[in-house]
Design a protein around this ligand. Structure first.
Ligand code: AMP
Length: 219
């Protein structure tokens, strides 16, 4: 089963994707994580996208489609991975990316089973993002108000001390990211609705309730 998690920054896509990986053994493909890894390892592409990401703008379609293509082709040659299915997290974010994903899946003889739209209101997003910290090693998400970083600074999930705030998790960059979402990504809601693939869930409910709604949507 191949699915897309669609929603604005802070909607909880990464958190729910990780749950699906644990529970269903699916493969998470997060373009945001891939781009951050490219920055950390200092590749030419990583250097090129750093300022764009910090500002909160979208990097070019060409770059992210190339990243997804690489992963899908690698998974195809790995054979069995494709059987468990992919969770596209933060991709596609534009209509051109959505078309490219459809074509790539066609090429691989695979399809898209469901697009989950995670609905969250903007005030909640600002609160979530400005209070957010993430474990660099396992992706566990903390929130200053609802789930503070443990007093010893170590991740409660994996014990790592690498809990960090993202450079783009500030109010100014968030405004740009939200604008990019409404201008470039939200048209995908209509796009996938028209294709008959869209299911919407309330992203403001508790993490387990959202997971339950997603499980129901996936059938
Ligand atoms: P995310 O971790 O999904 O919030 O992504 C962080 C940043 O990476 C975004 O604000 C964009 O700058 C960039 N990015 C991630 N995915 C995409 C994408 N599909 N298209 C364009 N830019 C992306």
């Amino acid at each position: 089963m191949n699915i897309i998690l669609l929603g604005p920054p802070g909607a909880g896509k990464g958190t729910q994707a990780r749950k699906l990986v644990d529970e269903r053994n699916m493969v998470q493909l997060s373009t945001g994580d891939m781009l951050r890894a490219a920055r950390t390892s200092g590749t030419e592409m990583g250097k090129m996208v750093a300022a764009v990401m910090d500002r909160g703008d979208l990097v070019t379609d060409e770059i992210v489609i190339g990243l997804i293509r690489e992963q899908l082709v690698a998974a195809q040659s790995g054979g069995d991975i494709i059987g468990n299915g992919f969770i596209f997290d933060g991709f596609p974010r534009t209509l051109a990316q959505a078309d490219a994903l459809g074509a790539l899946l066609d090429e691989l003889g695979a399809g898209l089973d469901c697009v989950i739209e995670m609905q969250v209101d903007d005030d909640a997003l600002v609160d979530r993002i400005t209070a957010r910290a993430t474990c660099k090693d396992c992706g566990e998400v903390y929130n200053d108000n609802t789930k503070p970083i443990p007093a010893d600074g170590k991740c409660s999930n994996c014990g790592s001390s690498q809990i960090e705030r993202r450079a783009d998790d500030n109010e100014e960059s968030l405004r740009t990211r939200l604008m990019a979402y409404y201008k470039q990504t939200s048209p995908l809601v209509g796009y996938y609705y028209a294709k008959g693939d869209l299911k919407s869930v309330d992203g403001l409910a508790s993490m387990d309730e959202v997971a339950g709604s997603i499980a129901k949507a996936l059938g």
